[in-house]
Design a protein around this ligand. Sequence first.
Ligand SMILES: Nc1nc2c(c(=O)[nH]1)N[C@H]1C(S)=C(S)[C@@H](COP(=O)(O)OP(=O)(O)OC[C@H]3O[C@@H](n4cnc5c(=O)[nH]c(N)nc54)[C@H](O)[C@@H]3O)O[C@H]1N2
Ligand SMILES: Nc1nc2c(c(=O)[nH]1)N[C@H]1C(S)=C(S)[C@@H](COP(=O)(O)OP(=O)(O)OC[C@H]3O[C@@H](n4cnc5c(=O)[nH]c(N)nc54)[C@H](O)[C@@H]3O)O[C@H]1N2
Ligand code: SF4
Ligand SMILES: [Mo]
Length: 731
Amino acid sequence: MNSISRRRFLKISGATVVTAAALAGASKTVVKAAESYSKPKGLQIIPSYCDLCFWKCGLLAYVKDGELWKLEGNPKDPLSNGRLCPRGTGGIGAYFDKDRLKSPLIRKNLRGEEKWIEVTWDEAFNYIADKMNKIKGQYGPEAMALFSHGIGGNFFKHLMRAYGTPNETAPSFAQCRGPREVGFELTFGDIVGSPERTDIENAKCIVLIGSHLGENMHNTQVQEFSRAVEKHASIIVVDPRFSVAASKAKYYLPIKPGTDMALLLAWMSVIVNEKLYDVEYVNKHGFGFEKFASEVSHYTPEWAYVETGIDPDIIRETAREMARYKPATLVHPGRHVTWYGDDAQRSRAIALLNALLGSWGRKGGFYIPYSFSIPKYPYPPYPEEKETVHNPDNKYPFATGEQISTGIREATITGKPYPIKGWFIYGTNLLQALPNQSETIKAIQNLDLMVVVDVVPSEIACWADVVLPESVYLERYDDLNASPFKEGFVGIRQPVIDSPNDQKPNWWMAKKLAEKLGLGHYFPWKDIEEYLDTRLKSAGLSLDELKKEGIIKGPSKPIYLEDGAEIEFATPSGKIEFYSTQLEQSGSDPVPKYTKHPEPPAGYFRLLFGRAPVHTFSKTQSNALLRDLFPENELWVNSDLAQRYGIKTGDKIKLKNQDGVISDPIKVRATERIRQDCVYMVHGFGQKSRQLRSTYKVGASDAELVTQYKTDPLMGGTGMNVNFVTFEMEV
Ligand SMILES: Nc1nc2c(c(=O)[nH]1)N[C@H]1C(S)=C(S)[C@@H](COP(=O)(O)OP(=O)(O)OC[C@H]3O[C@@H](n4cnc5c(=O)[nH]c(N)nc54)[C@H](O)[C@@H]3O)O[C@H]1N2
Ligand SMILES: Nc1nc2c(c(=O)[nH]1)N[C@H]1C(S)=C(S)[C@@H](COP(=O)(O)OP(=O)(O)OC[C@H]3O[C@@H](n4cnc5c(=O)[nH]c(N)nc54)[C@H](O)[C@@H]3O)O[C@H]1N2
Ligand code: SF4
Ligand SMILES: [Mo]
């Protein structure tokens, strides 16, 4: 098969552009307020960066006679390389979204009833400031917690620190890449980070363990993957589902879900026992190799076969294939790795496999990233803070500075170690993103204040006391983007069009609220241009130039060891820890071990979920351009299984999980491309906000069915692939 690749990638983007233009044409009736602005004549091309996901690709917005026309990649931007992904191209739909929030709202009746009173910004800020002052007086400032995802949260993070709370978190860590960062840090003394430091383009062998690149559409990675495919890189895909990436693979390993650790251990045993590892690299940089080798050498491919269902000969062959191309073999670390609760150890096993192949710091493996260093704004010091509540008694010994979101939720429910009475939520849909919705709702019911800043009436906004409507990314400035990458650069987000109604940007809200709270001196700048100008000047750069170009590049540096890049292993031994004394001291396994995970009971199937190329989590379903391309999610069911149950493609069924939760109806997609012990759906659908008319109960919600989760004992991440569902036929 030859699906994705550059051609398909372009085809999808192309289709989106056409629809975008059509929608822009039909827009005049939608955006009434915009008519009153005096629109500039002619074509303007304004650079900015995308926010359809958090990758921050540089874009060029084409505005014709004052109307948004189209979005393209900024050729100067190293992340987009001049091309946006299909979601980014469809970003115009966020501006035209008919369900957008238009003015601040205050709750009228009970939480979750979705009855609102429209208020002015001043009224909204007075209400919030009054409640925040009361919370501070009664419980202390630490009783407020901030949940935020995306760069737009920066000014609220600053506000909350100024107010005096240390509690700040996001589901994009402990429900996403957290375990990976901990597993890699324990091994190499450094995290993978975002954008991932994966040199996909130069890899000669790429191993994808569940990372479904091509459906998971992080632009740079997908472009690099297409180029690697064109250069005939050897691709090994491990996935219970025949993903788009699997269709590019030389080896496809349809693993039994939850058994990847067995495969990883067997691969390492083959590489160690056959002495296929990078001996020089391991001798030079490794610590505790002998102890590690003697532990892993017992895991034979025959043993792993029983766990994983993968033929032992294929395990040997793929291990040798990886070794053949070392160090240009990239065992991709994945991103959404919160699967089974032993995820930090599984990620550590992936790190160790890469260490054996010598790929950390090497071309075609993991490069050494750097960013353009732009000094922070010189703010006054923050007040002294209490300890956070996310990890009481250091229960999770390797929890990081990125706090555990479910830990903050737990403290909100129990009031321990101290009460949390206010949630400020920016750009994160906690009902879709956190496991076990009923715990989230229980926590919400304990709050004295809940504020949601969003662009649409999302599911989480339904539960808020105050909803603040934000301008979409095309209408606002945000903080500078200086992501760590293969080259240093700084990118700007700037408005390309006015907000159609009374929406405001985050920086404005944070500053105004600070003033109401008597914290105005923490926002000494007049407006964000002054803030950006100050930061850029201190790096010797010009705001005017950045506004014109969108991107300014910094001085270049080598990024591979072989080119003279410096690498530091910030582990206790100063080396790559094949054997981890830190883990040993904490009473955990110093070398990863295999844990068997419970299997679905008879008549039940493991619920798996992932991404569609044209949607981001739960945030793009109401975007008409993207909805056009992928209106609702489907349930992947193995064809034989479907036949046994008498269901076929196109039928609508409901799912019931092990706790009796029943989903909304979802269309069946009977396919050979998935194992019989699991079913699969795209995340983000089945939303329950009535005001979000275009998405209300469209498709089914995986989040609703994730009532069980397994917490990672090392770092507190929540494994969510541990739910089982059965089919409910009558719809
Ligand atoms: N289009 C689009 N792209 C995105 C995003 C988006 O919302 N939309 N979100 C971005 C973000 S933040 C993240 S974290 C990533 C997530 O993307 P990834 O990190 O690639 O993926 P996951 O969601 O963990 O994995 C889903 C894949 O894992 C497989 N899988 C499930 N269980 C197992 C198992 O036990 N073993 C193995 N080997 N495979 C398994 C599923 O069949 C599926 O193919 O995507 C990023 N890219
Ligand atoms: N069941 C389940 N849970 C998951 C996942 C899964 O696949 N399945 N994936 C996990 C992963 S990998 C991640 S990273 C997290 C992601 O979790 P979240 O970060 O919570 O992502 P979304 O669900 O897309 O929520 C984004 C919210 O921001 C709003 N929004 C969009 N644009 C703007 C804007 O410009 N300004 C403001 N203020 N708001 C905006 C959207 O309307 C939406 O309400 O979820 C995790 N949780
Ligand atoms: S990957 Fe796509 S959606 Fe994400 S920032 Fe880049 S273009 Fe936008
Ligand atoms: Mo994520």
